[in-house]
Write a new protein. Structure first.
Length: 607
């Protein structure tokens, strides 16, 4: 008895919809991307009940002829590709020809469209055509999608709350607006406007529309290119962070993509500038020859395959690193500064501008002030001052810099010339210059100094130098992990770790590289093995850097440690000689600036 049969188109479309139409945001994505491909300059998205009741997408693009208006709902109907060679040179967002057929299979669809010569009206319910006739000649396309999943209740019950579904759509439209700043986007929900962009082509203006003026003012541009890729975009200064990586947007040839490695490249570029668990807001716009990408590896086209991926992500990391190292990132106690006048003396006082490249953007009149990342400080008691002979116990406790070299480095990193005048609670150094005064966290400052010193020192140690052990270190793993370790032992041996079998799934190590910090050999080797199990290679630079951070933290002065004047001066000199004197290795700020205006304001000397 025959058991195999061909499914009806209606059933096949419902199954295909499971891949393409996951939620209302999926429908918005497909319709808006089609509008972008149609060369629209204005796209309006209107939702009722987060799109579960109604989704309407209207554009002013090329529109469709009467024949195309009905043909577009057939499976695999597309105007984007004609042969297999086109798959390797895709420059459009849509091309698979599955979206409209899938949407029509699980909803009620009304379409009004015209190419300026012909027009059509089409109505489809659950995949069945109810109406198809000539329509008005207003150029563009208007899709109205109602009652999503009305005929597939099993899918409908998996929808989240209205707030959750709306959040997915808002996030999607934000990314589409960022990837196409030359298009004016409008998003409304239950007749309330959520987003409106001008379509001016200014991506910084779009960032302002999405995240607010305060965030846009704290963003710096970056740009870099090589023979294959061009990378540009904006990233927030370290003081403006979020608790999620989701605020990092990657755009490839106008397409928003998801890439863990690309996101991580941006985060790695900000290493030691950001507190643990905090992430920047960034938009990374990548341009490449389409032949270097394969966008046909995911039904919803969220993930793509990139040739020379390692080179691209290294380029992103370098571009952001160069940008962030070129600015001064001292948080001001006052977020908004302007010229003010003494009420009694009628003398104008100008406060210094924020030290970063000036970026001019048209901003709204009503601004919101950014909030800095909260930092928990240790509880400090009030001991009697005990001044040590010196806080630098050995030569390696400071960065040995010749005066001329230190001065040149200070000029490169824009570190201000400041003079220490005292100490608060044996924890914070007070320093001043003509721009106001500064509070310096002495522990964070010395952490940064020692981190940069140890990072260089560990990098100079030859991996061939060995530390012999009287008693070997023992490591236990499961049988399946042992198989993987055996396959990748050579990667460990290349960095100086030799595992010797010692019973079932057990290894011993009798010597290790001399650069390992004292007492940390076991944890470093365990991390090396974990890297081998996960990535089949060892990131020796990352391990050395983590070791430098650990060593700098343990050897730095703590709170309640009173310093002599010469100690404070030496600490600030060494800090100014650092490549990044503004954050500790964990990303906490080292110093904060209080402007002269803020002092005048606190004492009511200015209005």
């Amino acid at each position: 008895m025959n058991q195999i049969h061909i499914m009806e188109d209606t059933l096949a479309n419902k199954i295909a919809a499971g891949e393409v139409v996951e939620r209302p945001a999926s429908i918005v994505k497909e319709l808006v991307e089609n509008a972008i491909d149609a060369q629209s300059t204005k796209i309006e998205v209107s939702l009722i009940e987060a799109g579960l009741t109604s989704i309407r997408v209207t554009d002013n693009g090329k529109g469709m002829s009467e024949a195309d208006a009905i043909r577009c709902f057939e499976r695999h109907a597309t105007s984007k590709i004609t042969n297999e060679h086109d798959l390797f040179r895709i420059r459009t967002l849509g091309f698979r020809g599955e979206a409209l057929a899938s949407i029509a299979a699980v909803s009620k669809v009304s379409l009004w469209t015209s190419d300026g010569v012909e027009g059509a009206v089409v109505e489809i319910e659950g995949g069945k055509v109810l109406k198809y006739e000539p329509g008005a000649l207003r150029k563009g396309t208007d899709f109205h999608i109602q009652h999503v999943f009305f005929n597939t209740p099993a899918r409908l019950k998996y929808m989240k709350t209205i707030q959750t579904e709306l959040g997915h759509t808002i996030d999607l439209v934000n990314r589409l607006a960022l990837s196409h700043p030359n298009i004016s986007f409008t998003l409304t929900h239950d007749h309330h406007e959520i987003l409106r962009t001008s379509g001016s082509g200014d991506i910084l203006r779009v960032l302002s529309d999405i995240y607010g003026v305060a965030v846009a003012r704290k963003m710096i541009p970056f740009q870099k290119e090589d023979a294959d890729f061009k990378v540009k975009g904006f990233i927030t200064l370290p003081e403006m962070t979020r608790a999620s990586k989701n605020y990092i947007s990657l755009l490839m040839n106008g397409r928003w993509i998801k890439s863990y490695a690309g996101t991580q490249a941006a985060i790695d570029a900000m290493h030691t500038y950001l507190p643990i668990g905090r992430f920047p807001i960034a938009v990374i716009d990548i341009t490449a020859d389409p032949i270097l990408t394969d966008v046909n590896v995911h039904p919803a086209k969220r993930h793509i395959r990139i040739s020379k991926e390692g080179e691209l992500f290294s380029l992103i990391k370098e571009a952001i690193k160069e940008a962030i190292q070129g600015v001064t990132i001292i948080p001001d106690a006052v977020k908004k500064e302007k010229p003010i006048t003494r009420d009694s003396e009628q003398q104008t006082i100008w406060t210094p501008p924020y030290r970063r490249p000036e970026v001019t953007i048209p901003l709204h009149e009503h601004e919101t002030q950014p909030t800095s990342t909260p930092v928990e400080e240790p509880i400090i008691e009030q001991p009697s001052p005990v001044f040590p002979e010196a806080i630098f116990e050995s030569q390696e406790d400071s960065v040995p810099e010749e005066p001329v070299v230190a001065q040149k480095q200070q000029e490169r990193n824009h570190f201000p010339s400041i003079v220490p005048v005292g100490q608060v609670h044996g924890t914070y150094i007070v320093a001043q210059n003509e721009d106001g005064f500064y509070l310096i966290d002495q522990h964070a400052a010395q952490e940064r100094i020692k981190y940069e010193y140890f990072k260089v020192k560990l990098g100079q140690v030859d991996a061939s130098e060995r530390q012999q052990l009287l008693l070997p270190l023992v490591f236990h793993y499961s049988a399946d992990e042992q198989v993987k370790i055996e396959e990748c032992k050579s990667a460990l041996e290349e960095v100086g770790v030799f595992l010797e079998a010692f019973g079932p799934a057990t290894y011993t190590v009798k010597e290790y590289p001399a650069w390992f910090p004292e007492g940390q050999a076991t944890s470093i080797i365990e991390e090396m093995i974990e890297q081998v199990l996960e990535k089949r290679k060892v990131d020796i630079e990352k391990l050395r850097e983590e070791s430098a951070i650990m060593m700098s933290c343990k050897k730095s002065i703590k709170a309640n440690y009173y310093l002599r004047q010469e100690d404070m001066e030496r600490l600030l000199t060494d800090l100014g000689a650092c490549h990044n004197p503004y954050t500790c290795p964990h990303g906490r700020p080292v110093l904060i600036h209080f402007t002269t205006y803020e002092l005048e304001k606190m004492f009511k000397r200015v209005m």
